[in-house]
Design a protein around this ligand. Structure first.
Ligand code: ADP
Length: 247
């Protein structure tokens, strides 16, 4: 896989989230029905649902980027949150290392960009520019940029959806491995049941518009996950279960 777990490992503590009766409408039209759930420190959960079910809206609320009309959202130990979007959104005039350094420059926080790059296996690419990178490499840089501040909460919005299947599988594996060593809380948005099953330990399934939680499902698979798990009957059972529950 080509990346190493270094001194950043085990350095983060996870955020605890408690959402109570959160709801949101846009222009008088409900996007999210009142919903309640909590996420324990260090948990890796997926928000799984069809397009338009409100997953991104919910994730943005957790990030503090979106308001809600009613309810309470409490985030304990959330001093450092990072967001990874589907588009890697790198600055083309900055090198890979300079892109990863950006959050530290903006916030004045301490962090080690070289270490973050090494975590995603891109030390060798530190002086390249974004237009010299493949789609998978760009997303790794985006993940490194999110990790550089050692977040207690990592939020990802369909980060691998635009990648080819092989790269997507590899990045799912890498993300899972990074989480097992770093221990932050992760909330991962996806519309793919197999992706939710592979990366996370729990899936919250959202209904069709307006979104509400229709299933809160614990994924009972080993903590360490490699590609061969995809052929395991237990994995296939979980995917089939969640696919059946999804609207
Ligand atoms: P998902 O991520 O599951 O595809 P979204 O959270 O993006 O769903 O959107 C949920 C619903 O809320 C959609 O119907 C979408 O059109 C609507 N919505 C989201 N953001 C806005 C906005 N800023 N203004 C108006 N409608 C919005």
């Amino acid at each position: 896989m080509g990346y190493a777990i270094g001194t950043m490992a085990q350095s983060t503590r996870g955020t605890q989230l408690t959402l109570t009766n959160i709801a949101r409408s846009f222009n008088g039209r409900a996007a999210l029905s009142p919903l309640s759930f909590s996420v324990q420190p260090g948990e890796f959960i997926s928000l799984l649902g069809p397009s338009g079910s409100g997953k991104s809206t919910l994730l943005r609320m957790i990030a503090g980027l979106e308001t809600f009309d009613q309810g309470h959202l409490v985030a304990d130990n959330a001093d450092s949150r990072s967001f990874v979007f589907q588009d890697a959104a790198l600055l083309p005039w900055r090198t890979v290392l300079q892109n990863v350094s950006l959050p530290l420059e903006l916030s004045g926080a301490n962090g080690d960009p070289e270490q973050a790059l090494s975590l995603v296996g891109l030390s060798e690419a530190r002086d390249l520019f974004p237009n010299q990178l493949s789609g998978g490499m760009k997303m790794r840089v985006s993940v490194a940029r999110a990790l550089v501040s050692q977040p207690s909460l990592l939020l990802l919005d369909e980060p691998f959806a635009a990648l080819d299947e092989r790269t997507r599988y590899r990045l799912q594996e890498e993300l899972r491995c990074l989480w097992t060593s770093m221990g932050m809380t992760v909330v991962f948005v996806t519309h793919s049941a197999s992706e939710a099953v592979f990366v996370s330990d729990r899936a919250l399934v959202l209904s069709n518009w307006p979104g509400r939680v229709i299933e809160d499902h614990a994924i009972t698979l080993p903590r360490d996950r490699t590609h061969k798990l995809r052929a395991d009957p237990a994995f296939i059972r979980e995917v089939s279960y969640l696919s059946g529950v999804m609207p």
